[in-house]
Design a protein around this ligand. Structure first.
Ligand SMILES: [Zn+2]
Length: 339
């Protein structure tokens, strides 16, 4: 399954405003400087899921010539790990000083996997905000939470002004912000402004120093990991349900699960559990991935026999091997109380 959120701001009410030149009608002399558009910590509480597609053909490629994008994607997707974090609330904030030129609110937070494309036709961006900045620059913020928009048209904003919260509205199947940048009518990749196609890392970053550090390119990340007392699904990880089913002494199974993003073709995944007595409990090594995976789910464990699960600390180890080297690893534990 590929997380997607194609076509950001499509509604006429927003697109008309997006074509306006800069406030003073002049062309930009200087590139815009962008701050992080979310109030969360990249790599810890939120994650970069998709970059702009830098490839103009039917294939796709991110600005570093990796596969962390999909065909035609025109923004930067910053996600939260599950709907639990979405419901707790993560602010979307202005990436630069400017003026609000369009807003939309009132679109339900429903995954496109549950609704229909027809139901969000013309509202693919969902709840959103568009800001105009000096020099003809525009930033757009999509898929925000219903009833969370906190600014109105014509309002001036500063760097970091809260605009609303990350949501699941419009054409999306996972909770995230789709952030896009335009100069005049041209869509721009904030990681690689004015890059030559296929040049793998050329072009200019529009991010300010702090954002650039936070958004350093990562080739794979673990975004969810835990133990459960029954087998779990990717949908239960997305909804947050998976973490509400911890094992106990009499649970029907004892499993460890991991969801990672940004995996590459040829990656080999290993996941194992060590029992409280230090002996192997369960292990799995998967064949090399046949192609890159926007997200990938792994689970290992056992069904219970007649005896209760022994109390104590269970340790899970997750490891991704790429070209024989470990490129991603995570250990996590669960303390099973006596039955
Ligand atoms: Zn997107």
């Amino acid at each position: 399954m590929t997380p997607e959120c194609p076509v950001p701001l499509a509604a006429a009410v927003l697109s008309a405003a997006l074509l306006l030149p800069g406030a003073d009608g002049t062309r930009a002399a200087d590139p815009i400087s962008l701050a992080l558009p979310v109030a969360c910590e990249i790599g810890k509480t939120c994650f970069l899921q998709n970059y702009v597609d830098a490839d103009t053909s039917a294939k796709w490629q991110d600005y570093r010539c990796g596969a962390q994008t999909y065909d035609g994607h025109d923004g930067t997707d910053i996600r939260v790990p599950s709907m639990d974090e979405q419901r707790a609330g993560v602010d979307v904030i202005a990436a630069a000083p400017g003026t609000v030129i369009a807003t939309r609110d009132g679109v339900a937070d429903v995954s496109i996997r549950e609704g229909t494309r027809e139901s969000i036709k013309g509202r693919e961006c969902g709840n959103g905000v568009a800001l105009r900045h000096d020099g003809g620059w525009v930033t757009q913020y999509c898929h925000m939470a219903k009833d969370s928009i906190r600014v109105s048209r014509g309002q001036k904003v500063e760097n970091g002004t809260p605009l609303g919260r990350i949501g699941l509205s419009g054409n999306t199947e996972f909770p995230h912000l789709h952030f896009s940048v335009r100069h005049g009518e041209t869509k721009v990749d904030p990681f690689a402004y004015d890059a030559k196609e296929g040049s793998c890392g050329s072009g200019q970053s529009l991010w300010n120093e702090a954002a650039r550090a936070a958004l350093s390119y990562r080739r794979g990340e673990v975004i969810n990991a835990g133990f459960a007392g029954t087998s779990v699904t990717m949908a239960q990880i997305e909804s947050g349900e998976a973490r509400r089913q911890p094992p106990n002494a009499s649970s029907p199974a004892l499993v460890a699960y991991v969801r990672a993003i940004g995996l590459e073709a040829g990656d080999v995944l290993e996941l194992s559990i060590v029992a409280p007595d230090g002996k192997p409990f369960a292990q799995q090594r998967q064949p090399p991935l046949d192609h890159s995976k926007a997200q990938f789910f792994a689970m290992v464990g056992k069904k219970r026999g007649q005896m209760p699960w022994p109390a104590g600390t269970y340790t899970a180890k997750y490891n991704v091997l790429r070209d024989g080297q470990s490129v991603l690893d995570k250990s996590f534990t669960f303390d099973l109380p006596p039955g």
